[in-house]
Ligand binder design. Structure first.
Ligand SMILES: Cc1ncc(COP(=O)(O)O)c(C=O)c1O
Length: 353
């Protein structure tokens, strides 16, 4: 047996984790009897209403299979093909979705913005919009923010407000990639509405998978006008589940008694535990503030290789950076963190001698 298979859990991705008990139990319940297909079922209605309760507003809700489709289809509904979408240069929609946003939006161009710690610098929006205003330039129409960002940081309420002010000035609609939205909510200690519709977000891709659901994200339109015919877009994009209840029921399990926040809070706490165990070790540098369930660390190659030899899985050079990305999940245990950190310590210290 290789050493990796001896490890019950890894730090590679919150996608590596299984289904949390609350989501699993809801799927089992949804499996007891027949239900109407294609979303006209009681589970989908209940899950949509729970999402409206979470956000304290009457939003439009759709359930799709994954984050790429949630992002692509929602962005497509904000833009015409001759528009452009502004996003951070490290955004998932830019580098990790194989061009799906441009594909589903029929050629809408993605324009890249800089910013520290994975967060868009509001000044760069001015620059991108004002750079050209002639008919040859793809007209900026949407601003896409990732919350938590690709490097595990969070936009604060104030930072979102600044971005929304600029977006409003230039008539940009705001899309939020919330693959780890739950981690942002607990990390910031805010009400979900404060970092979405109250901050000017038009549409949120609310992540379920990384939070403990088997499969699925919710597309939440706060600007209901933009949701017009989104059901057709989902169907055409292959995202209308016939047995929709198995996408929606897990949300009921997650939201009904707050499991989504408990799990996010736990994975954030595990990341903080890992950060404090390895910060300050020789040859180890923490690259970004640890605001959520990810620790990005610069580790020497010898340490990375040693950890891999000991069976730990985690990604390096994610998105082209030199960092190792160490992700915690809803089921990461303190013991997992401590033994991983002990191995990092041993390998890094041996190198320093
Ligand atoms: C920031 C971000 N957005 C979206 C996604 C969702 O992608 P997928 O299509 O794999 O569900 C991910 C998954 O890694 C992500 O990290």
């Amino acid at each position: 047996m290789d050493r990796a298979s001896e490890r019950p859990r890894h730090f590679a991705s919150d996608n590596y984790a299984g289904i949390c008990p609350e989501a699993f139990a809801a799927m089992v319940k949804a499996n007891q009897r027949h239900e109407v297909g294609y979303g006209d079922d009681t589970w989908t209605e209940k899950a949509s209403n729970l999402i409206r309760d979470v956000f304290e507003t009457d939003c439009e809700v759709f359930f799709v299979f994954n984050g790429t489709s949630a992002n692509s289809l929602s962005l497509a509904s904000l833009c015409q093909s001759y528009h452009s979408i502004l996003c951070h240069e490290w955004a998932h929609v830019e580098g990790s979705e194989c061009g799906a946003p441009e594909f589903f939006a029929n050629g809408t161009k993605v324009l890249l913005l800089p910013g520290k710690h994975g967060k868009i610098d509001p000044e760069s929006i001015h620059h991108a919009v004002n750079k050209r205003n002639d008919i040859h330039y793809p007209k900026p129409r949407a601003l896409s923010l990732t919350q938590c960002t690709e490097v595990g940081t969070n936009y604060t309420v104030e930072e979102l407000k600044q971005l929304a002010d600029v977006a409003r000035k230039f008539n940009l609609r705001i899309h939020m990639d919330g693959a780890r939205f739950a981690n942002a909510v607990v990390g910031l200690g805010v009400a979900p509405k404060e970092i979405t519709w109250q901050a000017g977000v038009d549409v949120l891709c609310f992540g379920g998978t990384k939070n403990g659901i088997a499969v699925g994200e919710a597309v939440v339109f706060f600007n209901r006008e933009l949701a017009k015919e989104f059901d057709y877009r989902c169907k055409q994009g292959g995202q209308l589940a016939s047995k929709m209840r198995f996408l929606s029921a897990p949300w009921v399990g997650m939201l009904e008694e707050g499991a989504w926040l408990r799990h996010a809070s736990h994975s954030n706490a595990m990341a903080r535990r890992l950060e404090s165990a390895i910060r300050g070790l020789p040859n180890v540098r923490i690259s970004y503030p640890v605001d959520s369930n990810a620790v990005f660390a610069r580790l020497p190659d010898e340490v990375v290789e040693g950890l891999h030899r000991r069976g730990w899985k985690f990604y390096t050079h994610v998105g082209g950076w030199d960092d190792s990305r160490l992700m915690c999940s809803w089921d990461t245990t303190p013991n997992d963190v401590d033994s991983f950190a002990a191995d990092i310590k041993e390998l890094a210290s041996a190198l320093a001698r």
